[in-house]
Design a protein around this ligand. Structure first.
Ligand code: ZN
Length: 223
């Protein structure tokens, strides 16, 4: 069941997300479409304007930082916002069944999952304070055993940040952006999403969220 694509260009959707983020950043969110009436309206249908692949980090909730409401965003969150078969399947569902036309891969600065992966692939990189201790923790890199699932998150991020490593302090920001780029590429290479990107029906963009300022910076708006 393929949904007809709704009107509205990718630029218009991006503009709406940027406007919502500007309100949030300024401390003037409207909290739109969160009434009991909206909830009832949305019980049987959903028409999200965009999908977001974001980090599980409690400080990066897409609906809040884009000032959107119920039924507006199709959100997939996993620590380190990386693509796995289940994540890809969820986003493909959003595109095919719900008619989502824009996918935002939303990384964020000071991401602990990326920090832990960076320590695994590039121990010479420098991390800020608390993240340094956390990402050196043996339990994040423990391999088989009861912590294998936690370690699998660290391992899943590693391939995307292995290339283009920088020494020292720049390494962390570069790894966060590389991780986002890698996910964007993987989504564009999905047979299903890729075909729609080629036809101009769907766009996949990367973005970086700043924890302190609340700003979302779109790093890659091509495709
Ligand atoms: Zn994170």
């Amino acid at each position: 069941v393929t949904k007809a694509y709704r009107a509205g260009s990718h630029d218009e959707i991006l503009k709406r997300l940027k406007a919502g983020n500007a309100r949030y950043r300024a401390g003037q969110p409207q909290h739109p479409r969160q009434t009991a009436e909206r909830r009832r309206e949305m019980a049987l249908v959903q028409e999200p304007i965009a999908a977001v692949l974001g980090c599980a980090d409690s400080r990066v909730p897409p609906e809040l930082i884009f000032d959107e409401g119920l039924g507006d965003l199709f959100v997939v969150r996993v620590a380190g916002n990386f693509v796995s078969p289940n994540v890809l399947g969820s986003l493909e569902f959003g595109v095919e069944a719900l008619g989502v036309r824009l996918i935002v891969v939303l990384g964020h600065d000071l991401c602990a999952a990326v920090a832990a992966s960076l320590m695994a692939v590039s121990p010479v990189a420098e991390l800020p304070g608390p993240l340094r201790d956390l990402s050196h923790s043996a339990w994040l890199h423990s391999g088989p055993g009861p912590l294998a699932n936690v370690a699998s998150v660290v391992e899943a991020i590693a391939p995307g940040i292995r290339d283009g490593q920088l020494p020292g302090r720049e390494a962390f920001d570069a790894a966060i952006d590389a991780n986002v780029r890698f996910a964007v590429e993987q989504l564009r290479n999905s047979r299903l999403i890729g075909a729609r990107v080629a036809r101009g029906e769907v766009a996949v963009v990367g973005a970086r969220y700043r924890l302190e300022s609340g700003a979302v910076e779109f790093t890659d708006s091509n495709g």
